[in-house]
Design a protein around this ligand. Sequence first.
Ligand code: PLP
Length: 395
Amino acid sequence: MNAGHDAREHQGSLKPPVYETSTYVFESAEEGKRFFQAAYGLDGAEAIDDAGYIYTRLDNPNARVAEARLSVWENSEDALVFNSGMAAISTVLLSYLRPGRSVLYSTPLYGGTATLLRAFLPGWGVDAVAFSPESTESDIRAMTQGKDVAIVYLETPANPTNDIFDIEMGARLAGSLGARLVVDNTLLSPVWQKPIDHGADVVVHSATKYLGGHSDLTAGAVCGSSEDIEELRHQRYRLGATPSPQTAWLLGRSLETLRLRVEKQTSNAVELATFLSNHPKVASVNHLSLLDPADPRYQVYARQCLGPGAMISFEVGGGEDGAFGFLDAMRLIHLTVSLGGTESLASHPWTNSHSTWSPVEKLAIGVTPGLIRFSVGVESVGDLIADLDQALASI
Ligand code: PLP
């Protein structure tokens, strides 16, 4: 909770002050020279042990507080915060990919990441190769024949279907291909999954979700080795992806209550997943708490996850009409995209987050017209059951 902040360095302020400034004053021109040497790793940088802040886009004290807290959560040597999840993901991908190199990625995955991989990166000569939850390790190896793979990218559990991928398998693949394993840990948060403990090199997050946790900020995060984070820090300056001090401050503050929020959201979600799976108007429910121990995916879940998380997706009868009927009838649950906030939120992946995918592609990854994505909040579980019940009755 307290990582990254020492009250004695801030006039005794219990909480970190917000450093609302765009630039920092040097005591002398010599000091400015030293700070730049340190920030850009120029000649002599190794000998500098008192580097200070220069300019808020390069780095700021509020970002450092959030980063110190994230490293504790993810068991990483260091961390970096960004102004959105997509800024974090694109900075990582652009840093390690080059024209002619390949990225091997799991599907389903968040629509924005898919667009980056499938539409943007191929325009820069990067080859993006998808595999599915059914692909075995040897299927995936076969796909890499003749390719120079720089990144193996897993989003696990996947948005919006909660498909899971074996992080240790990803680490074996990446290790043998000389690639880095990048894992998007947004859906479970480090409360329930610590990918670095299972062999990931780099963890990425939409910190807009559980890490921020109140639907009031947009941010991203990357955790990894000191060496990778140092390199990515330079890329963050270049790409201009640093969060504002106010956003970084809110994120650092939110990390103090991460466990409390996520535990409550998850215990609500476990009850709601059971309620939904017993409801006659619900055709199927995707939540990790419902995995059957006889299902091979359960072994992966038991090995790499500490809890099932609070993101559910479920299918109602009647296709898009059924889904719209349900969504329009909700009274307590908010009809909105995003997830991970204290309030319960529901959306329609077919026409929202995955609207740019073709119907064939959506059906192939389990996104159907009747699928609802439901991010469970911290409200009273009885109130949530009552709202689900009345909204389902209206279909
Ligand atoms: N990764 C996942 C799993 C997401 O769900 C999202 C957003 O929904 C992102 C990344 C992108 O994050 P942001 O919206 O903060 O840019």
